[in-house]
Design a protein around this ligand. Sequence first.
Ligand code: SAM
Length: 251
Amino acid sequence: MTGYDVLAGVYEWLISDAKLPPAEFAASFDDVLDLLPSNAHVLDCSCGTGQLAVGLAGRGMQVVATDASEAMVRRTAELSEEFGASVRAVRASWEELPDHFQDNTFDMVFCVGNSLHHAAGATGRGAALESMSRLLRPGGRLVLTSRTWELVRARGSRLEISDRLVRRNGRDAVVVYRWEIAPHWEEEHHIEIAIAQVDATGLVLVRSELLSCWPYRYEELEVELHRVGLQTELSTFDLEAENYMVVASKV
Ligand SMILES: C[S@@+](CC[C@H](N)C(=O)[O-])C[C@H]1O[C@@H](n2cnc3c(N)ncnc32)[C@H](O)[C@@H]1O
């Protein structure tokens, strides 16, 4: 059971209002999706609860959604059913992807929403990126979004508490992030996420999980992408912005 199996049941409280509807989540990638034919083969390899995968299927794409967490994959399958979308949902960690899919299969692979930092250090990240690259057809693209870890580390260990109640499924919750920043970049860091919901009777129910992560500098990521045969085509990296997107194509 991964940390995300615990969070899967309350994951919607962690998704922004703007990205909750599948079509909206997919629309946030309009610029890169415009590069694809409408029936393209795409993989979301850290699909979470499936909003992006279902949004892509809604555009007519042939979508596979994978995740290391069984509970996340189950939620993706449920969301697909709810939207009448055709998404193949498979439990597979990044390292296991080549056991499930042939090389050169996909036109685009998505690894979005702050997922890659869960790969264990430079070695784990390299193995994950290698798998993603293998599955892309030549000329295919990896679309990766990331926190700007340079900013996160500069702020140090801290507690972040949502400044408003987040309402999902008729229930309000406070979301708390506890950041445990290790002294050195290459060490294991932790993010503890707690979702405190107030139920109909006024009781507070807390679901929380301590997640491991290994941050990386943007420069390192660029080198690692290059090492697995991916060339950066577009990058929104900005040291002052919270998040960035990299699009890298398979040479
Ligand atoms: C922060 S969530 C992002 C989910 C989704 N992409 C989104 O934007 O809402 C990170 C996801 O990465 C998955 N994950 C963590 N480690 C993984 C691994 N080694 N292989 C595949 N998925 C992994 C988790 O299970 C979780 O669903």
